[in-house]
Design a protein around this ligand. Sequence first.
Ligand code: 5GP
Length: 112
Amino acid sequence: MYNKENIFYRILKSEIPAKIIYENDVALSFYDIRPLKKIHVLVITKGLYSNFGDFVANASIQEVKDFWATVSKVADLLEVSRTGYRIVSNNGPDSGQEVEHFHVHILGGEKL
Ligand code: 5GP
């Protein structure tokens, strides 16, 4: 069950600012406010999914494909696809998921 009381929903609605890198019909990408690596970027769905399982179960095949293609495109824009990067998605309490809106972290810009 998706709960609109989360910070990424407010970023999607432009209620709070974010340093946006790229946007299309299915996804929005912006810099993480507390970077853990030289490059730390988030890609969030425009659809309202609380986590990875919710996304895979309820998004259309086209949306799933377009979302992951967007993650790859953002890695290209950041030029980490040349140097290497890690993608991470935290899901549920044991992972430490802080924001209950499905998102992927792109980490890179240095040796991980
Ligand atoms: P999670 O643990 O849910 O996978 O990660 C959520 C991420 O969102 C964290 O890395 C955190 O730093 C980032 N974050 C939390 N609030 C904000 C915000 O208001 N703006 C931005 N840009 N990032 C945020």
